[in-house]
Design a protein around this ligand. Structure first.
Ligand code: ADP
Ligand code: MG
Length: 400
């Protein structure tokens, strides 16, 4: 199927074809006709399945430039806010509508000015609520309300803000909710704020054939050495290395500096710092990005070839979000988890839900890991020597 078969406005079809989309993804093919028909839609599909265009295209088709806010898209993070706004700008290349990203951590003055003449607002809940309280955001003309990445917004504790914001949006609107995973909270929200929503669950687009998932059994003391070994072996274009906490992110980044071009990204950084990091990664100057779950949410860098779980994710949901950073839009990718004996219990659930194989045993050089404060207790100094090490694992045993 082609985009034009969906009956979309030729101006939009032309724009998406220029971006390089050849065919609609599953979620796009299913939801676009429903949204065009005026339905409230509750869409579930994995990260990287093309949800932005699934709601962006049919919405943009229905609005004209009026300098009044007709669309409000709520997203969980600033990065995602920029990203969705940029996609909307691309989709509307041949249509004159104004799109504005509204998030916190940056000056509010310019936003207030821009809000007076815009058609689409993509915003994070906190800053949107801030504008509502200042009466600098007029929601009276909203025709479309989108809750994007609803599961993440819940995880990040935005649900109360969202409920408050919805009170200010006219009832006569179309409400669209998109999420990679579904919880009872989300179903509850949908029941409360959507009218007879059509539920759509699309086939996964992160094709497992293109995403290879493996894990290495390794001791805590050997994790860093194995990571360096694997980075050298895999030669990723861009790798995202996930750690459990900010401190761990900083420690791992600091130590990796000796071996590769690396930067850290976590919630403690200013927005401009984060933006410049993302630019360096996109331009290819930096190959490894060490990140926390929250900071990495919504990162859409097409060149991410590898995701490393340096620390195992807490839940299957987190795992799915992490691996969604690679194999974007049908590209190939590899998700590599470093699994310590103490993680087995936690990771058993993830393994049960995913298709992950144990990796071949590796021979690698043991390296020094310089410990930063609170990480100290997690590493045993006596282990560091120049012996050859090996990742311990039981042969081809799958943890299920
Ligand atoms: P999601 O919101 O489901 O995580 P996105 O909307 O961010 O996914 O899309 C993921 C990536 O796939 C983006 O880089 C986007 O430009 C690309 N993409 C979306 N739809 C298509 C398509 N039909 N063909 C090719 N690439 C697409
Ligand atoms: Mg998305």
């Amino acid at each position: 199927m082609k985009f034009q078969d969906l009956g979309l406005d030729p101006q939009l079809v032309k724009a998406v074809e220029e971006i390089g989309y050849e065919e609609p993804t599953d979620i796009q093919a299913t939801t676009i006709p429903l949204i065009r028909a005026g339905r409230d839609v509750f869409g579930q599909s994995s990260t990287g399945s093309g949800k932005t265009a699934a709601f962006g295209l049919p919405i943009l088709e229905r609005i004209q430039h009026k300098g009044r806010i007709q669309v409000l898209v709520l997203v969980p993070t600033r990065e995602l806010c920029e990203q969705v706004a940029q996609e909307f700008v691309k989709f509307s290349k041949y249509k004159s509508v104004k799109i504005l990203a509204v998030y916190g951590g940056v000056g509010i003055g310019q936003q207030i000015k821009n809000l007076k003449d815009t058609d689409v607002v993509i915003g994070t809940p906190g800053r949107i609520l801030d504008h509502i309280n200042r009466r600098t955001l007029d929601l009276q003309n909203i025709k479309f309300l989108v809750l994007d990445e609803a599961d993440k917004m819940f995880d990040m504790g935005f649900v109360r803000d969202i409920r408050k914001i919805i009170q200010y949006v006219p009832k006569a609107r179309q409400t669209l909710l998109f999420s990679a995973t579904i919880s009872s909270d989300i179903i509850h929200l949908a029941k409360n704020y959507m009218v007879n929503p059509e539920k759509v669950k699309a086939e996964e687009y992160v094709q497992t054939g293109k995403l290879k998932q493996i894990y290495h059994n390794v001791t805590v003391g050997d994790k860093f050495s194995l990571l360096v070994h694997l980075l050298a072996q895999e030669k990723p274009t861009v790798a995202v290395v996930f750690c459990a906490t900010r401190k761990r992110v900083n420690s791992v980044e600091k130590n990796l500096k000796k071996y590769t071009s690396v930067l850290a990204i976590h919630g403690g950084l200013t927005q401009s710092k984060r933006n410049s990091i993302m630019d360096l990664v996109k331009s290819g100057e930096v190959n490894v990005l060490v990140a926390t779950d929250v900071a990495a949410r919504g990162i859409d860098i097409k060149t991410v070839t590898h995701v490393f779980n340096y620390d195992v994710p807490k839940t299957s949901k987190d795992y799915v979000h992490r691996i969604g950073r690679t194999a974007r839009a049908g590209e190939t990718g590899k998700a590599i988890t470093l699994l310590c004996p103490e993680d087995h219990e936690n990771f058993r659930h993830v393994l049960a839900d995913s298709d992950i194989d144990v990796a071949e045993q590796q021979d690698f050089q043991r390296l020094q890991f310089e410990v930063i404060r609170t990480d100290r207790q997690r590493f045993n100094h006596r282990r560091f020597s120049n012996n050859r090490g090996s990742a311990r694992h039981s042969n081809n045993r799958r943890w299920r």
